[in-house]
Write a protein that binds this ligand. Structure first.
Ligand code: PPS
Ligand code: ADP
Length: 200
């Protein structure tokens, strides 16, 4: 529900195209989605590092980190996850407007929530990266011991255990970290960006 009234859009003198020309590359969101422990953050952070080393304007928005601040008032109900993704979608849009190659690492388990973000961005500005690592592998890694807690019933509504994960139907990029190395995954994303002329 939109509660804002009596507001007028303020135009600025610098356009997104001006900023992209200044930085020398296009801006877009690489939207990583997948189970906890699938490798979203690890790959996003690696790609950001490589882009930064090539002097590109880039930034990672990470689920855990954002929940410490901007979204600290949200939990993990379907409604709160929807609001989490809505806000990050809007933040991503601002980053894209600012000319940044933005990487987001959120489970974002609901297809409708992800598609809503796709729809508020322009053509080619939303690149869905499905980190399709089997749950057995994610659970075996259990970096944060959250699967263990979920199995013991200490966390309710844990994605993949007792909360749903809706697989993307047409992701731009699919990665399975149980069969490919971090270096290969990062290269796959860089190759995509070059091939589709986001970067040179
Ligand atoms: N119930 C439940 N389900 C899933 N994940 C949980 C839950 N409770 C806490 N965590 C931790 O929160 C991280 C996921 O936050 P996200 O903002 O990415 O989730 S969502 O997109 O809103 O679904 C997730 O981080 P990642 O492991 O990096 O995905 C977990 O560390
Ligand atoms: N090929 C791989 N690619 C990415 N991560 C891997 C790979 N193999 C093992 N891992 C490990 O899996 C874990 C993934 O955790 P993380 O990136 O935090 O996942 P997510 O952000 O999806 O929750 C990390 O501890 C990482 O070191």
């Amino acid at each position: 529900m939109n509660k804002s009234e009596n507001i007028t859009w303020q135009n600025t003198k610098i356009s997104k195209q001006d900023r992209q020309s200044y930085f020398g590359h296009k801006s877009a969101v690489l939207w990583f989605t997948g189970l906890s422990g699938s490798g979203k953050s690890t790959i996003a952070v690696e790609v950001e590092k490589q882009l930064f080393e090539h002097h590109l304007n880039t930034y990672v928005l990470d689920g855990d980190n954002i929940r410490f601040g901007l979204n600290s008032n949200l939990g993990f109900s379907a409604k709160d996850r929807e609001e989490n993704i809505r806000r990050i979608g809007e933040v991503s849009k601002l980053f894209v407007d600012a000319g940044t190659l933005t990487l987001t690492a959120f489970i974002s388990p609901y297809r409708a929530d992800r598609d809503r973000v796709r729809n508020i961005l322009g053509d080619g500005e939303f690149i869905e990266v499905f980190v399709d690592t089997p749950i057995e592998v994610c659970e075996k890694r259990d970096v944060k011991h959250l699967y263990e807690k979920a199995r013991r019933g200490e966390i309710k509504g844990f994605t993949g255990i007792d909360a749903p994960y809706e697989r993307p139907q047409n992701p731009e990029i699919t990665i399975d970290t149980s069969t490919q190395s971090l270096a290969t995954s990062a290269q796959q994303i860089i190759d995509y960006l070059v091939e589709h002329k986001y970067i040179n």
